[in-house]
Design a protein around this ligand. Sequence first.
Ligand code: BG6
Length: 512
Amino acid sequence: MTTQAATFTTPATSESALEPCCLVIFGASGDLTARMLLPALYNLALDRRLPPRFAMVGFARTEWTDEEFRDHARKAVEEHSRRKVDPDVWSTFASALHYMHGGYNDPTSHDRLSEKLEAVQEAHNTGGNHLFYLAVPPTAFDDIVAQLGRGPYGRSREGAGWSRVIVEKPFGTDLKSARDLNHLLHSVFHEDDVYRIDHYLGKETVQNILVFRFANGIFEPIWNRRYVDHVQITVAESLGIEGRGEYYDHSGALRDIMQNHMMQLLSLLAMEPPLAVNGRSVRNEKVKVLHAVRLFERDEVALSTARGQYSSGWVAGAEVPGYREEEGIPKTSATETYVAARFYVDSWRWADVPFYMRTAKRLPKRSTEIAVFFKRAPRLLFQDYTDEPNLEPNVLSIRIQPNEGISLKFLTKVPGSPMRLRPANMDFLYGASFVTQAPSAYETLLLDALRGDATLFTRSDEVEAAWTITDRIIDGWRAMPEPGFPNYEAGSWGPACADDLIAKDGRQWRRL
Ligand code: BG6
């Protein structure tokens, strides 16, 4: 190995304690590595937040040399980084990048990888610590984990540096496959060393749910069934399936977003205060919420869920094809691109409070939001001053993205007489309150994995609990007649059955 060791000077913060490490990315020539991982690593280097002794080895099938990989990495960072490339930082960063090609299931390739890792460890003085990143399609997980188990990694390395593994989503396609994958991972790694990514947890606004709820004294007393009427969680996307037809048609909106990102939002919103802000305490409380979600019986699924698929239409002034006309999608596909459901969390705090959740592709705009609707004040005093049969409720909305912020809606008196009431908003906007640009979710998550902090990663029991809930819906849908798809136009707010789902409870979806 002729490469000179790259030395990353870290600022004088707790991160100066970051242990040396070699990051190994499987799937290094792929899209995720180019769009997310390399830019995130480069931005960590720019902020001097990588461990002082750090190296990265990319592994994939494409036949590249170290130099070719570095050129590829530079282009990827130039295209996708949130900040410009600084030539000095780049040259130190690039000297830490290495590459080898091979087959994921080929023992000889993995033997060569082990040799390469030893050489890199020696050259960069990374002390035998390894962070493996599975940035590959799930079909390759089994082979890679089995090969890592054969090598000197995982549990077998105890005392010889640590090994951690980051696993990308989707984590299984149902409870059984998720359990099998957990089982496989546990045969090589300790659960504490398994980092299951849900990139929503790396978003600043999602992390802020904990701070908002538990660092302020005024919200917790009213955060329960006595004051909350219902909650709406929306993940609306204007995008379609972006060329991912093959994956998406086997997944659908339920598995792609509701099972993971939305269940995580639900658990953070509904959890009890943790004993401490660490991986064990936070995840202990989150998983209790998922265990408390009422499971649908088969015949309840039709009443408590709605699904849809988009036809052609107009989004943001452009004409877009219907789902069944997208590349790689069968003309008769029954995959849902819209799902809505009404859940109950059967805990003392939330008994009988409905949690309405919806997510879809090709809605009019991109918006992820949690809205907590409080119980209304009695109309008694103001019945002569409003034509509405009820006073509008206070709504606390947490905007995860875009226009990140939090608003509280309340009623005010319109100046002048006669007395009239109108809702107004108290607004907090991240953009207006903080000048610093937030790190990307992948920067946060990679740094946490390097640090050994799993708080923002999904634990095996959480993943299984979320699949237990989701499997009941899949099972109920299977027992129902084929849905009449497509049933909503691209650029509309979804199918009529989703409006009916909430309307029969006397409520409506919040306008975003
Ligand atoms: C991914 C889904 O997990 O999240 C995509 O597979 C979706 O279908 C994406 O578009 C949304 O992420 P974000 O960060 O843009 O909300």
